[in-house]
Design a protein around this ligand. Sequence first.
Ligand code: FES
Length: 122
Amino acid sequence: MIYAPNQFTPNREVREHAAVPTRVELCKTVQVAEGTAMGVETSGLTLAVFHIEGGFYVTDDACTHGPGSLSEGFIDGDVVECNFHNGQFDIKSGEVVSPPCMIPIKTYPTTVEGGAVFIDVD
Ligand code: FES
């Protein structure tokens, strides 16, 4: 039997490879005091782990505006102010709160289990 190029072939397997996130441990919860942040480098990422309002949140550490480090920024509630030009981001959503930043920071799905902080990366 001859099949046209786009016609279904009975033995053709279609495999979809869904991206499975990898869980990465960043630190122990006791390493980041409430109201502070810590920089973590792992898996090719440079991250800021924030402990605010009783929870843990993770963003890229690098400010989207320039060379600022958000883990070394100033935290006020759920807002971090960059230590370089004082732009501000919402720690939970990554959205810009105050210029000169214009681009949101990347945030990561974060879980706490067994006294450690984890993120899922693709
Ligand atoms: Fe962060 Fe400019 S480098 S506000």
